[in-house]
Design a protein around this ligand. Structure first.
Ligand SMILES: Nc1nc2c(ncn2[C@@H]2O[C@H](COP(=O)(O)OP(=O)(O)OP(=O)(O)O)[C@@H](O)[C@H]2O)c(=O)[nH]1
Ligand SMILES: O=C([O-])CC(=O)C(=O)O
Ligand SMILES: [Mn+2]
Length: 605
C-alpha cells in the first residue's frame, strides 16, 4: 500500500443520497485503496503537506523565511492549463460554439471511463466538499470533487472553502457541481513505485455543462486539477449563470475609497498576464485614496433586491503568477507570501527560500531551478518556470477588504475591460451605456509579446477575457450580457475600456502603470459620480487633459496627449478585423452588437 493509501477512510459526512451515489460510482470506477472524506480542518491540511513531503512531491521551505510553506516541482510536461485538450461536451455541438473544443457527451464519457477505470489503484480517493463563495451566501455555489491528488486537495483548501459546513449548507439538495479528477497514475501492485509528480501523457479536461459535471484526467496542475477554479467557477458557472440570470466572470474585484471616505467597487476583466492581480492589490499614488482587494481572478454577480449587481469573490486564495512579482511591483502580494503558501515550479535558494525572475534586486549567486538543476545568474534559462505559481490565502493580503467575505457581496459601480494594446486603444474610455460597453468587451484584444506588438493583426481577440473560460457559445454569451443590460437598466455599473500598455514608436510604455493606475481609477470613480470631465469621441468618452489627476506624475505632455488620443485611422483599420472576429459567431452574434459596430463605423467616417 502506498503512503497515500495509508490514510484510511473515515466514513461519509453527509447523508445526501446524490452525493453518496456519486461517490460510490466514482469508487467503483477508480478502484482506490481507500476513500477519505475531507473535513477542511487545519489538521487535515498539515497532514496533506506532510504526506506530500513524505512522498517526495514537496519539500519544506526554511521555516524562518517561509513559515509552514512547501515547494513543489511538477513534471516538466505538466506545467499549465491544456487548452487543446479542454472540452465543452454540451449535448448540441452548436452550444459549445466556435471558440471551444466540442465532443459528444456520451462518447466523451465512454472515452474517459476507459481512462478512469482503475486509475486510483494503490491510492486514496479524497472526497472534497467545497463552496465557491461564503458558505450559504445566495451568490455562492457548491461543488463536490473526488481526486487522487493530495496536491490538488491542499490547494483546494487554500483556494476554496472546504469542510463539513458545506455538507450542512448543501443538505439534500441536488444543486452541486460534480467533479472527478485523477492524475492517471495508478499503483496497481504494492511494488509499483510512485513518482514525485504523478501524471499521464494523455490529458483530458472535459465539462458537461447541462449536467454540471467536470471530468479531468492526467494533469495535477492548476486550472486542470483545482476544479473549483476555471472548470467550476467559470466554465460550468457561466452556463448556470446564463440559465439563472446572473454573471460568472474572469474579473478582479477592488474597493476604492476617496479622501472623503466614499466607496466604490470595481470589477475588471483582463486576459491572463495583463495585470489583474497587480491592479487588485495596488497602493494608490494619489494622496488620500485607498484601494483594497476583494478578489484577483473570478467574480460572480447577481442582482440584489435594490436592482443593483452584487459581486462576490468565489475564491479564498490567490493562485498567482510568481515571476515578476516583487516588493517593487506588488508589495501586498509579496506580504501575502510570507507564510502558509504552496510554491509550484519556482527556484530554490541555498537557504531554502524561493526565487523567481525579478523577485529581488539582487539575484542569488546559486540556486536550484524548477527542474532541480543547479542554477546561477549566468545560466541561459530562468530559475522559475514562466508559469510558476504561488498559492496564498487571501486573508494574508495586507489590503484585503474587511467585507471580502460578506455573503451579500458588494455592489459594483464600474466594470473595466482591458488588454495589452501597443496602439489604437486609449488609456481609458467610458462606454456611453451598457450596450456599447458590451460591444467594447466583445472586441477586446491583447498582443502577445512586445516584439510582435507592431505587427498588424497580430492580436488575439479575447472577449471579456473569457475566451478559454466560457462554457457555451460566445455569441449566446454576448446575448446574455445584453439581456443583463435590459434587466438592470440605469442601476447597472458603468463600463470602461482601459489600456495600460500603449507604446511610443520606439516601443516604450507611455504609461508608468502599476500603482499609477490609481489615477485612472480616480477618474472612473468620479465619472460614476458625474463629477469628472470627459469629451465625446467616436468610441466613447475619454478624459479631458485636465480631468486626469497628474499631480506629481512623471509623464510628459506629449505622452499624455498620445495616451488619451483617439486614433481615428487606427480604429478605421480595426473595423475589418472586428468584422472578421464577429463573423466567427455567425447567426449567434446578437443584433445589438451588429448595430454597435455599424454605429461606430458611421461615427468614424
Ligand atoms: N506595463 C505594465 N505592466 C503591467 C501592469 N500591471 C501588470 N503588468 C504586467 O503584467 C504581468 C501579469 O500581471 P498579473 O497581475 O499577474 O496578471 P493576471 O491578469 O493576474 O494574470 P493571471 O493570474 O494569469 O490571470 C506582470 O508580469 C506585470 O509585469 C501595468 O500597469 N503596466
Ligand atoms: O487556471 C490556471 O491554471 C491559472 C490561471 O489563473 C489562469 O490561467 O488564468
Ligand atoms: Mn486568471
Amino acid at each position: 500500500m502506498s503512503v497515500q493509501a495509508k490514510i484510511v477512510a473515515e466514513g461519509a459526512k453527509t447523508t445526501n443520497p446524490k452525493v453518496l451515489a456519486f461517490v460510490e460510482e466514482a469508487k467503483a470506477l477508480f478502484k482506490p485503496d481507500a476513500v477519505r472524506w475531507c473535513d477542511g480542518s487545519k489538521e487535515e491540511y498539515q497532514e496533506l503537506l506532510k504526506l506530500m513531503v513524505d512522498c517526495g512531491t514537496a519539500m519544506w521551505l526554511n521555516p524562518d523565511k517561509r513559515g509552514n510553506s512547501i515547494l513543489v516541482r511538477s513534471d516538466p510536461a505538466d506545467v499549465a492549463r491544456v487548452e487543446d485538450q479542454t472540452y465543452i461536451c454540451s449535448v448540441k455541438k452548436e452550444d459549445a460554439g466556435p471558440t471551444n473544443n466540442w465532443a459528444d457527451p456520451a462518447e466523451m464519457k465512454a472515452t474517459i471511463t476507459k481512462l478512469y477505470d482503475g486509475a486510483m489503484q494503490g491510492r486514496t480517493m479524497y472526497v472534497v466538499p467545497y463552496s465557491m463563495g461564503p458558505v450559504g451566501s445566495p451568490i455562492a455555489g457548491i461543488g463536490v470533487m473526488v481526486t487522487d491528488s493530495a496536491y490538488a486537495v491542499a490547494n483546494m483548501h487554500i483556494m476554496t472553502r472546504v469542510g463539513d459546513k458545506v455538507w450542512k449548507a448543501l443538505g439534500d439538495s441536488e444543486d452541486f457541481v460534480r467533479g472527478m479528477h485523477s492524475v492517471g497514475y495508478p499503483l496497481p501492485t504494492p511494488k509499483t513505485a510512485d513518482v514525485p509528480w504523478p501524471c499521464n501523457s494523455t490529458k483530458n479536461i472535459s465539462h458537461f455543462p447541462e449536467t454540471r459535471e467536470i471530468w479531468s484526467f492526467g494533469s495535477g496542475y492548476g486550472g486542470n486539477a483545482l476544479l473549483g477554479k476555471k472548470c467550476h467557477a467559470l466554465r460550468i458557472a457561466s452556463v448556470k449563470a446564463r440559465d439563472e440570470g446572473w454573471m460568472a466572470e474572469h474579473m478582479l474585484i477592488l474597493k476604492l475609497t476617496n479622501p472623503k471616505g466614499e466607496v466604490k467597487y470595481m470589477a475588471a476583466a483582463f486576459p491572463s498576464a495583463c495585470g489583474k492581480t497587480n491592479l487588485a492589490m495596488l497602493n494608490p499614488t494619489i494622496p488620500g485614496w485607498k484601494a483594497e482587494t476583494i478578489g484577483d481572478d473570478i467574480c460572480w454577480m447577481k442582482f440584489g433586491e435594490d436592482g443593483r449587481l452584487y459581486a462576490i469573490n468565489p475564491e479564498t486564495g490567490f493562485f498567482g503568477v510568481a515571476p515578476g512579482t516583487s516588493e517593487a511591483s506588488n508589495l501586498n502580494a509579496m506580504r501575502a507570501l510570507d507564510e502558509n503558501c504552496i510554491f509550484t515550479n519556482v527556484g530554490l535558494t541555498e537557504d531554502e527560500d524561493v526565487y523567481w525572475e525579478d523577485m529581488t534586486k539582487h539575484k542569488p549567486a546559486h540556486a536550484i531551478d524548477w527542474m532541480r538543476r543547479p542554477w546561477t545568474p549566468e545560466a541561459d534559462r530562468p530559475a522559475a518556470h514562466p508559469n510558476a505559481r504561488f498559492t496564498a490565502p487571501a486573508s494574508q493580503c495586507p489590503v484585503i477588504a474587511p467585507e471580502w467575505e460578506d455573503p451579500k457581496g458588494v455592489p459594483i459601480d464600474a466594470i473595466l475591460f482591458g488588454g495589452r494594446r501597443a496602439s489604437v486603444v486609449p488609456l481609458v474610455t467610458e462606454a456611453e451605456d451598457w450596450k456599447q460597453g458590451t460591444f467594447l468587451g466583445s472586441i477586446m484584444a491583447s498582443e502577445k509579446t512586445a516584439a510582435a506588438a507592431d505587427a498588424k493583426g497580430d492580436i488575439r481577440r479575447d472577449p471579456m477575457a473569457m475566451l478559454p473560460f466560457c462554457g457555451y457559445h460566445m455569441g449566446d454569451y454576448f446575448a446574455h450580457w445584453l439581456k443583463i443590460g435590459e434587466k438592470g437598466g440605469d442601476k447597472l455599473p458603468k463600463i470602461f475600456y482601459v489600456n495600460w500598455f500603449r507604446k511610443s514608436p520606439e516601443g516604450k510604455f507611455l504609461w508608468p502603470g502599476f500603482a499609477e493606475n490609481s489615477r485612472v481609477l480616480k477618474w472612473i470613480f468620479e465619472r460614476c459620480d458625474g463629477t469628472a470631465e470627459a469629451i465625446d469621441t467616436p468610441i466613447g468618452k475619454v478624459p479631458t487633459e485636465d480631468a486626469l489627476d497628474t499631480d506629481g506624475l512623471d509623464v510628459d505632455d506629449s505622452a499624455l496627449k498620445e495616451l488619451l488620443k483617439v486614433d481615428i485611422d487606427g480604429w478605421k483599420a480595426e473595423l475589418p478585423l472586428i468584422r472578421e472576429h464577429y463573423a466567427t459567431f455567425g447567426d449567434k452574434l446578437p443584433q445589438g452588437l451588429r448595430e454597435e459596430l455599424s454605429q461606430l463605423e458611421k461615427r468614424l467616417s
